[in-house]
Design a protein around this ligand. Structure first.
Ligand code: PLP
Length: 303
């Protein structure tokens, strides 16, 4: 991997505060499964093959990057895929679900009450009765094996730079937990910083703690910031839009509307507020998600 994956962001805010800000382009790593998707799926796919599975079954909302990634992984690694989608079917399919279908995913819709039962014991068995034996992947692809794949990023980063903090957007918290695991296992003295994309995401701390406990991780250091949700999951208010366009104009890097736009906005605001000591190096991870723009069609033309 070349150093092009690590881009210095000479932002005036970072310069003023004496912080070295770098962008890790995980979005460029694997064009078919960009960002955290390939990392979260890697050990799960290996496990599914080891267990002799021929089918993957997973869950997600109608705009889920994870559903799209599983559909692609199924095509690439020769699994049938079943996507259980929250809510009702809407035709024509939105761009994310259309891409899932084009990759061969069978889509089934679960009403919201049924969908809420997805973590209950017995629910998966019911689904397998209905759809046949399958390797189950939880919502967002977040499980202990996913953390293992994300943790590998720490070693890759360290080949290129020292750093004091590595920052990532948080949805289910799996990527944040994986980075925390990687830091703890390497006993590397940096902290993982999560910027929540969802509103009211304080519950994520318990989820991250539980995930870390499931991998036997002790002493992992992370922090979660919940004040940069911009109104919620798929909200894209004018301030965030303007930030994303300006970032693209300044650095030639497009951020996504749901996760990484909020990540960079949050990291720069934290730098501005003196959250990172002068002299520290902060690496923000671009986790991809750019196909989500297809669901915000026309917005750029309206500006
Ligand atoms: C582009 C992008 N970044 C970050 C995340 C957050 O990942 P996690 O659910 O592991 O917190 C996601 C989740 O889907 C994503 O699609």
């Amino acid at each position: 991997m070349t150093a092009d994956f690590l881009t210095p962001l000479n932002h005036p805010t970072a310069q003023r505060r004496g912080v070295r800000l770098l962008l890790w382009r995980d979005d460029l790593l694997n064009p078919a499964l960009p960002g955290n998707k390939a990392r979260k799926l890697k050990h799960n796919i290996l496990q599914a093959k080891t267990e002799g599975h021929t089918r993957l079954l997973t869950f997600g909302g109608a705009y889920s990057n994870h559903l799209a990634a599983v559909a692609t992984a199924g095509r690439l690694y020769e699994f049938e895929t079943i996507g259980l989608v929250r809510g009702e079917e809407h035709q024509p399919l939105n761009p994310t679900l259309a891409r899932c279908a084009a990759d061969g995913m069978q889509l089934h819709y679960l009403d919201r009450t049924t969908y809420r039962r997805r973590a209950e014991p017995g629910f998966l068995a019911e689904m397998q009765l209905q759809f046949g034996p399958a390797y189950p992947l939880p919502e967002g692809g977040t499980n202990a094996l996913a953390l293992r794949g994300v943790a590998e990023l720490i070693g890759e980063l360290r080949q290129h730079t020292d750093f004091s903090a590595v920052a990532v957007a948080a949805g289910t918290g799996g990527t944040l937990a994986g980075l925390t695991l990687g830091l703890a296992e390497a006993a590397y003295p940096a902290r993982a910083v999560g910027i929540a994309a969802l509103k009211g995401a304080d519950f994520l701390r318990a989820a991250v703690d539980e995930l870390l406990a499931a991998t036997g991780c002790v002493g992992g250091q992370y922090e979660l910031h919940t004040g940069y949700h911009f109104g919620g999951y798929a909200k894209l208010p004018a301030e965030l839009r303007a930030f994303i366009w300006q970032f693209e104009a300044d650095y030639g890097v497009l951020l996504d509307p749901i996760y990484t736009g909020k990540l960079l906005f949050g990291v720069l605001d934290l730098i501005e507020k003196g959250h990172f000591a002068p002299g520290s190096t902060v690496v923000a991870v671009h986790t991809g998600g750019l196909q989500a723009w297809a669901g915000f069609e026309g917005i750029k033309n309206l500006e």
